[in-house]
Design a protein around this ligand. Structure first.
Ligand code: TRP
Length: 460
């Protein structure tokens, strides 16, 4: 009983396991790759001056996000429960406190808030699927596409309709459970999305803004980067990798004991980053070739890509496929945002999975109205960081996820004994384990603190 390694070995998840390592890699990549890569990364990079932001983003991904992802998976697999129960269980087991479960609870709150706006944005991609299929971009120049986009977001009824559709689909998939729902949803989507992006890249190049676009994205101009920009880069790294709230921890609970956490994490983080950069390489050339503003904001993808789609052969087909795949990428991410809370309701309150999913879906739907109205009825209500949506986005990406990630890495690096973490990460790859432990104990927590302090101006 006193030996943590022995009791961890005996634990099994209530919800079954992934059928293979591939299934797990697919599920975690499905969580990571989503609107964050294609919708959010380009517009946040654009708002923060490009190159220098991208460089800081890459540093955050590999020095902070990657070790925290490994920590989440290893804690999840060791606890084999939802993030709240797992953190409490391991807290006690490792000689700390049961109150570590508060980290899991904070993650649940954060997940609700993220999913509430995520679903609204995913709704935009559903709407654009219909627009693409009905050839609605034909003959439109940049200003026409701008009007098309503002026409959509100014209409709360349309936004609520698509938000509802998207959340119902998410709820149904989550209700059906790990093996049936989650696994099947991911298989073809990521490769197909990459293929279409590569095709789009070819047409983006032909616009003539390629060089300007690449320079914006990859030539660091540090004078364009503020403390707030550095925080935004770190927040974007957490958001894009799905770390800091327990989503990856919940998935880790279903990972078979013999699979390598280190290899999986490196593969997922690399793929996620490559796709974000690819999206930037497609979008910014279009921005510069058409005299658009890189700091346009959340509408950026929707106002640029249709220009390339209109130009390419079979643009209707490619455009429709692109927006469907983007909605799918959003779906596999949304599932991972809902899974932790559903697993918690099932395990801690013995709720039926379907009931738990409907409850989570209902709460998220109501919260989503805040985002819907931020773009129309409440657009003029600005405080702190901007609209209500801007504030929810800032609170989750820039504060709650890094804070959650900080506590997770402190737990895995400092509270958990080295025997336990070495036991979960392949102890056979000695140098990789030592590198992880160094990043998890020193680099990641210190970096998060410095970025926070810098953003509030405490570092002068
Ligand atoms: N990473 C996803 C994206 O880039 C969004 C996401 C899914 C997420 N699960 C998460 C973000 C958990 C933070 C935490 O679109």
């Amino acid at each position: 009983m006193a030996d943590p390694a022995a009791s961890a070995q005996r634990r099994l998840s209530l919800h079954g396991q992934w059928s293979s390592r591939l299934a797990f890699v697919l599920a975690v990549s499905g969580s990571a790759v989503g609107l964050g890569n294609i919708w959010k990364f380009p517009y946040v990079a654009g708002q923060n001056g490009g190159g220098a932001f991208v460089l800081v983003y890459l540093l955050c991904v590999f020095a902070i996000g990657l070790p925290i992802m490994m920590a989440e998976i290893l804690l999840g697999r060791r606890g084999r429960r939802n993030p709240v129960t797992t953190m409490g269980l391991l807290g006690r087991e490792e000689g700390g406190s049961r109150q570590w479960r508060l980290v899991g609870l904070m993650g649940m709150l954060c997940g609700f808030l993220i999913l509430s706006f995520y679903s609204v944005i995913a709704g935009w991609t559903l709407h654009y699927t219909v627009l693409a299929a009905s050839d609605s971009f034909a003959g439109l120049a940049a200003d026409g596409l701008g009007e098309l986009f503002s026409g959509l977001v100014s209409n709360p009824v349309t936004l609520i309709l698509w938000h509802t559709v998207f959340l119902i689909i998410t709820t149904v998939v989550v209700a059906r459970g790990v093996e049936e729902g989650l696994e099947r949803a991911v298989r073809v989507m990521v490769p197909a999305l990459i293929l279409i992006m590569l095709a789009l890249l070819a047409y983006s190049i032909s616009f003539g803004g390629f060089q300007a676009g690449l320079e914006f994205l990859f030539r660091p101009d540090f004078s364009a980067l503020t403390g707030a920009g550095v925080l935004a880069a770190m927040g974007q790294a957490f958001f894009s990798l799905s770390v800091g709230m327990g989503a990856v921890m919940a998935y880790g609970a279903y990972l078979p004991q013999e699979e390598s956490i280190i290899k999986t994490s490196v593969a997922v983080v690399s793929a996620d980053t490559a796709i974000a950069l690819l999206a930037g390489m497609v979008i910014f050339p279009i921005v510069f070739a058409n005299g658009l503003d890189p700091a346009e904001g959340p509408g950026l993808v929707f106002q640029t890509l249709p220009l390339a789609l209109a130009k390419m052969p079979a643009g209707i087909l490619v455009g429709t496929a692109f927006f469907i795949l983007l909605a799918f990428a959003g779906l596999t991410s949304a599932i991972s945002l809902m899974e932790p809370v559903v697993a918690w309701l099932v395990e801690a309150f013995s709720m039926r999975r379907s009931v738990a999913a409907m409850l989570a879906g209902g709460v998220t739907w109501a919260l989503g109205l805040m985002t819907v109205f931020s773009f129309n009825l409440l657009a003029d209500w600005q405080f702190l960081r901007g609209t209500l949506f801007d504030n929810i986005d800032y609170l989750t990406s820039n504060i709650l996820l890094p804070a959650g990630g900080f506590l997770i890495t402190i737990f895995a690096g400092w509270i958990m004994c080295a025997n336990s973490s070495a036991d979960e990460l392949d102890a056979t790859v000695g140098p990789a384990y030592r590198l992880w432990r160094f990043l998890a104990r020193y680099v990641a927590p210190v970096a998060v603190l410095l970025v926070f302090l810098n953003a509030v101006g405490a570092l002068g």
